[in-house]
Ligand binder design. Structure first.
Ligand code: KG4
Ligand code: ZN
Length: 356
């Protein structure tokens, strides 16, 4: 099967062509970051994002097909992010995919963006079900059992900010810029994580829920103390705080994931793989710590290549391909879903700002 994937849910416009035949599964993978457009505002501006998707998407699809050496007629389906995400961008991707499906008489597959992240490890490493997934991105932070396509059991979630959000907001406080994750990681390399004692919310408690909003407050207080005399934050201080923050987020994620491994094992004696996905999975320190945790627990560990952790369309094409193989298609009446939990039975978590 050959599927075109379209991703427009946040600030990357992306188109890709993937296949399940042969060694090379990703035939084309085009990602256009809108970072430069949003940077002056310190975060993603939804209206700017939607307009930029509209401008760029058609060209990216043309380029992706050219790179794959294929025409629309050779596709088996069109997959697009149907949610969750910023509604303007999701509408652009949805309408584009519908138009292609209608004109070229192709099956249409609406993909949950989170399922795209969740199934990436099957695209890259053929991981078999069930597996334990730590999904950490800018908008979501969850521990899930992936039992099959469309079958997720949520073991825990953040009750306030997502880990990526904590990186982004903290980077702003430290004056490092946007997006925060890569900049914090870079600054942390030369920092001393032990100099500042940041909290580890929820660590040591039962269950797999997480919390990160307290970290941001603690960081703000530390910055306020250091800049009391009106001075700006010294690079040394910013590096040490970045290292402390990365360590604190890592500690919380490792502690919660350790609990999730125990739960996963109690439910699936045959399950033996820990997978990490989402933008924060691009963090090298976190990958290293998760690999060590998995090894100590006798689990295999899979982290997709960094370019497939942050938003891309190959993951959407792949999730679409997996759905298509099972006959799970959508019709032209599909309505974009700005909120779309992977495990609908889990219900919303307590706390403000939780998106799914
Ligand atoms: O999955 P993603 O590209 O978009 C969403 O679906 O949210 O994730 C973006 C998030 C941002 O919060 C960004 O700061 C974070 O992933 N991120 C990182 C790193 N690279 C991206 N966080 C920590 N370390 C990184 N190297
Ligand atoms: Zn994402």
């Amino acid at each position: 099967m050959i599927v075109l994937g379209i991703e427009t849910s946040c600030d990357e416009t992306a188109a890709a062509v993937v296949t399940d035949g042969g060694d090379r599964r990703i035939l084309a993978d085009r990602v256009l970051s809108q970072l430069d457009k949003h940077r002056p505002y310190g975060g993603v501006v939804p209206e700017i994002a939607a307009r930029a998707h509209l401008e760029a998407l058609d060209g990216l699809i043309t380029d992706a097909l050219a790179e794959a050496g294929l025409g629309f007629a050779e596709l088996d389906g069109v997959a697009f992010t149907g949610g969750p995400g910023l509604i303007g961008g999701v509408i652009v991707g949805t309408m584009t995919a519908k138009a292609i499906a209608l004109v070229h008489r192709l099956p249409l597959v609406a993909v949950n963006h989170l399922e795209g992240h969740a199934l990436t490890a099957r695209l890259t490493d053929d991981v078999s079900f069930p597996y334990l997934l730590l999904l950490v991105s800018g908008g979501h932070c969850q521990l899930l059992i992936v039992e099959g396509v469309g079958r997720y059991v949520r073991l825990g979630t953040t009750i306030d900010d997502a880990a990526g959000e904590a990186f982004d907001k903290s980077a702003k406080l430290l004056g490092l810029g946007y997006p925060g994750g890569p900049l914090i990681e870079q600054a942390a390399r030369s920092g001393d994580a032990a100099r500042f004692d940041l909290p580890r919310p929820m660590k040591g408690r039962a269950g797999c829920d997480m919390s990160f909003s307290g970290l941001k407050t603690a960081l703000r207080q530390a910055v306020d103390r250091l800049t009391q005399n009106g001075a700006s934050l010294a690079p040394r201080d910013a590096a040490d705080l970045a290292a402390a923050l990365q360590a604190a987020i890592g500690d919380t994620l490792i502690d919660r994931t350790a609990n999730a491994i125990a739960l996963f094992r109690s439910r699936h004696a045959d399950g033996d793989t820990l997978v990490v996905a989402g933008g924060v999975a691009a963090n090298t320190a976190l990958r290293r710590r998760l690999a060590a945790l998995a090894a100590a627990s006798g689990m295999a560990f899979v982290a997709p290549p960094i370019a497939l952790c942050t938003d891309n369309a190959a993951m959407i094409g792949w999730a679409g391909l997996e759905r298509l193989r099972l006959g799970l298609t959508d019709d032209l009446a599909f309505a974009p879903r700005p909120r779309w939990p992977l495990d609908p039975r889990a219900g919303p978590a307590i706390g403000a700002g939780v998106k799914a």
